[in-house]
Design a binder for this molecule. Structure first.
Ligand code: HEC
Ligand code: HEC
Ligand code: HEC
Ligand code: HEC
Length: 395
C-alpha cells in the first residue's frame, strides 16, 4: 500500500497540469497481496484504489486469484470486478461472470488535422507456470488464448495494449508468437525498471514490483493521426511526491485494521503457549560481551525503530526481515507481546539459542553466513556485498 497515496497524487496533478491530454491508466498484474488473505482489508483497499485513480484496465494475474473465489461454489466470495481483464484465466472450463477478455476505451486526441477518435483496447495474460493455490481456476496457454482475442481487438481498435504478468523473456516470446500487439506491458517482479525494447511492431515496457515506480508511456501520433512513436519513463514515487489526502486516509485506516487484526492473532498464538526457543540478545551478553557490544551498534539492533518511524511495526510484510523469528513457532509475534524479539537479534543468524544459553555445549546453527541473503534480497538490499557487509558487523 506504500506508494498508493503518492501514485494517486502524481496522477491527479499530472491530469490537472495537462488539461485535455487523454490519459489511460492500467495495472499490469499482481495487484493483490497473498499474505493478507487472512486480512482482506488490504486487498479491499487495493481494489478501492483502482476506482479512486480511475484505472481503465487491470490484469487479473495468478497472484490475484487467491483473493477471488470461483463463482457458484457453496462459499462463493467476490468474483473479479471490472476493470479486471484476462484472456487466459478461466474458472474450470467456464468463463467467469464479470471478467472480460478485453476492454476498449475511446479517447479523443488532438492532431494537426483536428480532433481524432482513438480506440484503445486492453487485454491481459498471466503466466501458467506460476503455482496456483486456488484450484477452481485454470490458466490457459497465453499465445493460444490471445490469438482469437487479438484478432477481434485488431478490428475494433487503433492501439492494442497487452498487460502480461510474465517475465521479460516470456514477454519477448509472446511478442514473437502473436500478431497485433502494439504495446506490451510486462509485470514481472523487477526490482528496477527494465529498459523498454521494440520487437517487430511491439513496444515492450516493464512495470516494477511494489509500486515504487510509476511507468509513464507517451504515445505520439503523426500528422495523419497514425501511431508514430513512443516515449517511456519511470517516475520514482519517493518522498518528493506528496500523498493524496483521500488515499492516505484510506491507507491509514487499513493499517489500523491490520494492526488490530495482528494484535488479536498474536494474542491468540501466545495463548497457545508455544515452547520458547529464542532467548533474545540480552541473554548472550554475559558470555559474549564483545560480540554483543558490536551488534548493539549495528543497524540490526535498530530495525524495529525503522519500522516504527514509518508506522509499519505491525505490517506482517515487513516483520520477517526486521525482527527475530517472525512466523516461526516461539519467535516474534508483535511489539507488545514479544518486545525482546523486535529487531534483528543474534538468533536471526545463529538460530534459536535458548538451549545454548542454558548449556553452551548445545551448538547453534552452523552456517550464519548463509542467512544474509534471505533478508538482503535484490529488492530490499540491492547493493548487498557479503564481504563488505560482514566487515561492518564483524564480531
Ligand atoms: C553461559 C554462557 C553463554 C551464553 C549465555 C551464551 N553462550 Fe554462546 N557460547 C558459550 C561458550 C562457552 C561457547 C563455546 C562452546 C564450545 O566451543 O563448545 C559458545 C559458543 C557460541 C557460538 C559459536 C558456535 C557454537 O555453536 O558453538 C555462537 C555463535 C554463540 N555461542 C552464540 C551465542 C548466542 C547467540 C547467545 C545468546 C542467545 C549465546 N551464545 C549465549 C557460552 C555462552
Ligand atoms: C532477518 C533478516 C536479516 C538477516 C538474516 C540479515 N540482515 Fe542485515 N539487515 C537487515 C535489516 C532489516 C537491516 C536494516 C535495519 C534498519 O536500518 O532498520 C539490515 C542492515 C544491515 C547492514 C547495515 C547496512 C548499512 O548500510 O548500514 C549490514 C552491514 C548488514 N545488515 C549485514 C548483514 C550480514 C553480513 C548478514 C548475514 C551474516 C545479515 N545482514 C543478515 C536484516 C537482516
Ligand atoms: C526481504 C526482507 C525485507 C523485508 C520484507 C522488508 N525489509 Fe526493510 N530492509 C531490509 C534490509 C536487508 C534493509 C537494509 C538494506 C540496506 O541498507 O542494504 C532494509 C532497510 C529498510 C529501511 C531503511 C532504508 C534506508 O535506505 O534507510 C526501511 C525504511 C525499511 N527497510 C522499511 C521496510 C518496510 C516498511 C517494510 C515492509 C513494507 C520492509 N522494510 C520490509 C529487508 C527487508
Ligand atoms: C546478521 C547476522 C548475525 C548476527 C545478528 C549476529 N551474528 Fe554472530 N556471527 C555471524 C556470522 C556470519 C559469523 C561468522 C561465522 C563464520 O565465520 O563462519 C558470526 C560469528 C559469531 C561468533 C563466533 C563463532 C565462531 O565460530 O567463532 C560468535 C560467538 C557470535 N557470532 C555471537 C553472536 C552474538 C552473541 C550475537 C548477538 C549479540 C551475534 N553473534 C549476532 C552472524 C551474525
Amino acid at each position: 500500500m506504500g506508494g498508493l497515496a503518492r501514485r494517486a497524487s502524481y496522477i491527479k496533478t499530472f491530469a490537472k497540469r495537462n488539461p485535455g491530454l487523454p490519459i489511460v491508466q492500467v495495472d499490469a498484474g499482481a495487484l493483490l497481496i497473498q499474505q493478507s488473505l487472512a486480512d482482506p482489508a488490504t486487498n479491499k483497499t487495493m481494489l478501492a484504489s483502482l476506482k479512486e485513480i480511475s484505472t481503465d484496465a487491470a490484469n487479473l494475474s495468478a497472484e490475484d486469484l487467491y483473493f477471488f473465489e470461483p463463482p457458484a461454489t457453496a462459499h462463493a466470495g467476490p468474483s473479479p470486478p471490472p476493470p479486471f481483464v484476462s484472456a487466459n484465466v478461466e474458472w474450470k472450463r467456464k468463463s467467469i461472470a464479470g471478467l472480460k477478455p478485453y476492454y476498449v476505451k475511446e479517447i479523443t486526441v488532438t492532431t494537426s488535422q483536428g480532433p481524432k477518435r482513438l480506440r484503445v483496447g486492453f487485454t491481459g495474460v498471466t503466466d501458467p507456470g506460476k503455482p496456483l493455490l486456488e484450484t477452481g481456476f485454470t490458466i490457459g496457454d497465453p499465445v493460444k488464448a490471445l490469438t482469437p482475442v487479438l484478432r477481434d481487438l485488431r478490428t475494433r481498435c487503433d492501439l492494442v495494449v497487452l498487460l502480461a504478468d510474465v517475465s521479460q523473456e516470456k514477454a519477448m516470446e509472446l511478442a514473437r508468437g502473436t500478431e497485433g500487439i502494439d504495446v506490451l506491458i510486462a509485470a514481472a517482479s523487477h526490482a528496477f525498471p527494465p529498459p523498454p525494447t521494440q520487437l517487430n511492431d511491439t513496444y515492450i515496457f516493464g512495470s516494477v514490483l511494489q509500486g515504487r515506480y510509476l511507468g509513464e508511456l507517451k504515445v505520439y501520433l503523426d500528422g495523419n493521426g497514425e501511431l508514430s512513436r513512443y516515449k517511456a519513463r519511470y517516475i520514482t514515487l519517493d518522498e518528493g511526491i506528496p500523498d493524496d489526502p483521500k488515499l492516505a486516509t484510506l491507507v491509514e485506516s487499513t493499517r489500523k485494521i491490520l494492526a488490530e487484526h495482528h494484535r488479536k492473532t498474536a494474542a491468540a498464538s501466545l495463548a497457545r503457549a508455544p515452547r520458547p526457543v529464542y532467548a533474545g540478545s540480552d541473554r548472550c551478553v554475559s558470555c559474549h560481551t564483545s560480540a554483543h557490544d558490536v551488534w548493539k551498534r549495528t543497524r540490526h539492533a535498530q530495525a524495529i525503530e525503522t519500522l516504527k518511524r514509518k508506522g509499519q511495526e505491525f505490517n506482517p510484510q515487513c516483520l520477517r526481515c526486521h525482527t527475530t523469528g517472525f512466523g516461526i513457532e516461539g519467535g516474534f509475534l508483535d511489539v507488545l507481546h514479544t518486545p525482546t524479539l523486535s529487531n534483528v537479534h543474534c538468533e536471526t543468524c545463529h538460530g534459536p539459542g535458548l538451549a545454548h544459553t542454558q548449556n553452551p555445549s548445545q551448538r547453534l546453527f552452523s552456517k550464519p553466513k548463509e542467512t544474509c541473503v534471505s533478508c538482503h534480497t535484490s529488492i530490499d538490499s540491492p547493493n548487498f556485498d557479503f564481504a563488505k557487509a560482514w566487515s561492518m558487523i564483524k564480531h
